[in-house]
Design a protein around this ligand. Structure first.
Ligand SMILES: [Cu+2]
Length: 144
């Protein structure tokens, strides 16, 4: 989907794998949001002492959607597992924000200013942040 309209030669290989996994039913909403996977394993096992580590850094992506144009597109960003990632959007149109993390996140973008969507990524990897209606990739976040 997205890869078709962007640099198709460069990302063809990786995008195919990602898109097959993440975008098969892009219209279906998060009915698979059941909290069963990873539930017991993720709780309590990780020692996170507050004085041992700096507070999580927050990655903020400011996005503007105006007259069918998106800014930015194809940003290359970095984040860490568990760090909050915030997408702030000023938009003049409705769209669907799709985060290709595992599990994925889908947010409804409304035609208004000052929207803010936050998520965290729990599985390391490359996470595409896409606008499905406009068929654009805002950013790819390398999560470590
Ligand atoms: Cu997508």
């Amino acid at each position: 989907m997205i890869a078709l309209s962007t640099s198709r030669t460069l990302v063809a290989l990786t995008a195919t794998a990602l898109l097959v996994a993440g975008c098969g039913g892009s219209t279906g909403s998060g009915d698979a949001a059941g909290s069963s996977p990873g539930g017991p394993a993720a709780t309590g096992g990780v020692p996170q002492l507050s004085d041992q580590q700096a507070p999580p850094e927050q990655l903020v992506i400011d996005v503007t959607i105006k007259a069918g144009e998106v800014s930015p597109t194809n940003e290359q960003l970095k984040s860490k597992v568990g760090d909050p990632i915030v997408v702030r959007i000023n938009s003049d149109a409705a769209d669907q924000l799709h985060v290709h993390s595992n599990p994925e996140h889908t947010f409804a973008v409304e035609p208004k200013f000052g929207q803010s969507f936050q998520f965290t990524v729990t599985v390391p990897g490359k996470v595409d942040v896409e606008l499905h209606d406009l068929n654009r990739t805002i950013a790819t976040i390398a999560v470590q």
